[in-house]
Design a protein. Structure first.
Length: 80
């Protein structure tokens, strides 16, 4: 578990997923981006951020994040 400034990426992920379920993608995007800042080695954050961009209709940033994730983690099926 990675904790910086009292912020837990797992809690940020939970909050982000909750907002996605509420279709509040812009809010969820902020939580996932913060989690990515705290734990950049975890490959789960970029696809979540990309999915929020995709659902918001921001296709170019979503595609760029999916491609960047595949470069660093070719086995990531979320990005295929």
């Amino acid at each position: 578990m990675n904790i910086e400034d009292g912020v837990n990426p797992e809690v940020l992920s939970w909050l982000g997923v909750w907002h996605v379920k509420q279709q509040q993608y812009r809010v969820a995007l902020g939580y996932f981006a913060r989690a990515c800042d705290l734990a950049p080695q975890d490959s789960e954050w970029r696809p979540m951020i990309a999915a929020c961009h995709r659902r918001l209709g921001d296709i170019a940033p979503a595609l760029a994040l999916y491609e960047r994730t595949l470069e660093s983690d070719p086995g990531n099926v979320e990005c295929l």
